[in-house]
Design a protein around this ligand. Structure first.
Ligand code: BMA
Length: 324
């Protein structure tokens, strides 16, 4: 599980704030030039690892080639990110072409870490790799045909099978998109595709009326899987990405129990409002601890990485009170 026995990044809710989730006062924690070659570092994933944390980071270089890099941290805030991108070796198949890699997620399942990302294979689809040490990464079969993005694995098998959320898309800046669930017995062959969640009606919740996509690895709670996700509205200035959450049924996660009508976090700070792509909050990872605290890592304006905090029980109570 992603639950950490070492302290996760944390700051108490600011005095006077009534928000369910609040930002780290020292955001952004990773700037665009964090490594010498980077143009931007954003939509990235972190997990507990050994005595600290490890992560897979989306680093676009100054040629704006999109790739993923491994990184390490003692406290989850200060990161050493490898200057060289991850070089994959063949996993459960021969090496697969990859024109680009972006928007990674990382999860511990049973005996190893699994990485999913948007893999450029004749257009975007879901790449899968595993690693034991964040040094050697074994690239496996792509999960799906193009075009697909936002492939997110559950942290444990469900009814004996691996389970993955994804968001079928197009080859461009997709103007639509709903969340689906697929199962696999072996991380190679995927099927039993089920619809999970569609965009909301404009009149009900316009921030999520254009497209939605799963964010961090869903978090196990006794009441259901807590799934943070991004929702998009198409404005006269382009897409605006915000974060919401839903609670999915534990045994059948294609059943949505509650879903946030208001967003939990939307672009408001300068580093979310301005950057290479303005107005983007794009969550890709969450750390939790045994006290029910959660730290969500998100890309801001396709340029930097920020963290937001909350309490899982408060977020679930909020979902119940403000469900679509
Ligand atoms: C999506 C992906 C994300 C990006 C977002 C906003 O389609 O490309 O990587 O953060 O658009 O530009």
């Amino acid at each position: 599980m992603n639950t950490s026995s070492i302290p996760i990044p944390w700051e108490d809710r600011p005095i006077g704030s009534h928000d369910v989730m609040w930002r780290f006062s020292k955001n952004p924690i990773i700037g665009r030039y964090h490594i010498p070659t980077s143009n931007s570092i954003f939509n990235s994933a972190v997990v507990p690892f050994r005595e600290g944390f490890a992560g897979v980071f989306r680093c676009d270089n100054k040629a704006v080639q999109m790739n993923i890099h491994a990184g390490f941290s003692d406290d989850g805030i200060h990161w050493q990110i490898n200057e060289e991108p991850i070089e994959m070796v063949a996993g459960n198949t021969e090496m697969i072409d990859s024109d680009y890699k972006y928007d990674p997620r990382v999860v511990w399942i049973e005996d190893r870490y699994w990485v999913t990302w948007c893999n450029g294979y004749h257009g975007p689809t879901i790449g899968i790799a595993y690693t034991y040490d964040f040094e050697t990464f074994y690239q496996c079969e792509n999960a799906f045909l193009p075009f697909n993005r936002n492939g997110v694995l559950f942290p444990q098998k469900i009814n004996g099978k691996y389970a993955m959320l994804s968001r079928p898309s197009d080859n461009g800046h997709t103007p639509f998109g709903d969340i689906y669930l697929s199962y696999s017995p072996d991380m190679k062959y995927w099927g039993e595709h089920r619809a999970v969640m569609k965009v909301a009606d404009f009149k009900d919740s316009a921030w999520q009326c254009t497209k939605i996509g799963a964010g961090p690895v869903p978090i196990y709670t006794p009441e259901g899987w807590l799934m943070f996700y991004h929702g998009v509205i198409n404005t006269c200035n382009g897409f605006r990405y915000s974060m919401g959450a839903a609670l999915l049924d534990l045994a059948s996660p294609d059943k949505v129990l509650y879903r946030s009508q208001p967003y939990l976090l939307a672009p408001a700070e300068l580093y979310e409002l301005t950057g290479d792509v303005p107005n983007v909050v794009f969550p890709c990872a969450a750390l939790t601890d045994e006290e029910g605290k959660v730290a969500v890592y998100y890309g801001a304006a396709d340029t930097v990485v920020g963290v937001a905090f909350g309490y899982i029980d408060e977020i679930i109570a909020f979902l119940k009170e403000n469900s679509l």
